[in-house]
Design a protein around this ligand. Sequence first.
Ligand SMILES: [Zn+2]
Ligand SMILES: [Zn+2]
Length: 267
Amino acid sequence: MKRIFRLALLLVLLITSIQYLAYSNVLDKSESDIKVTIIYDNYDFKDGLKSDWGFSCLIEFPDKTILFDTGARPGVFEKNLKALNIDPQSIDMVVVSHDHYDHTGGLSTFLELNNKVPVYILKSFSDKTKEIITENNAKIVCEHELTEISKNVFLSGELQGKIEEQSLAINTDKGLVVITGCSHPGINKILEHFKSSLNKDIYMVFGGFHLMRMNDEEIEQIITKMRSLGVQKCGATHCTGKKQIKQFKNAFGKNYVQMGVGNVVEF
Ligand SMILES: [Zn+2]
Ligand SMILES: [Zn+2]
């Protein structure tokens, strides 16, 4: 009899905890659908992670997970992945913005952990980078023009700069959220491209802006242009330049999106 009672109690406890888990899951989803975690960045944010020159972030949708860029040093990239409890197997696709070492560095290490992913690069990438993908038996995908790679997720296609680069845009109810690697083609050229191709305002933009040689006045002009494209929230990091990042912070105030390794942006 006692045993039956214990068993019944255990069953009730189990059902209650399952219900609680299901409920909390629903709550999480209603708060925010899309979550971006910064894996690799020049700037610190959270303890236990390593900052270093480079960029990488994880974009999580309810039904899909995308790795955007892979940082510079494989060891740092892998250490940060582990510290952030990111399971490489949970990643469905990889996007590499451009063929610079500080964005491709962790690619080989990642593909050794999960090669069942398409890797979106550009046709102009070096043979060396392409070989990293093919040697790991992963699939190369090159999109020349703007393409929807997953529902409401767009790649810009090839944009010309010091080096060809692609950026990613997510279509949300509030407008487009744009993520950039280094912005070598020019940050506003990238934003204008998405706005005109998708006929929608830019709501948020973050990543590397590559503006370290720009003076205060030039940054001011870039911010004014950004606002005219609809930008409400902005996070500048990686290769933007320390002084220039400060200027973005001041200009956007409470709408500035904090960057740094381990930070999470939800929208
Ligand atoms: Zn870079
Ligand atoms: Zn670069």
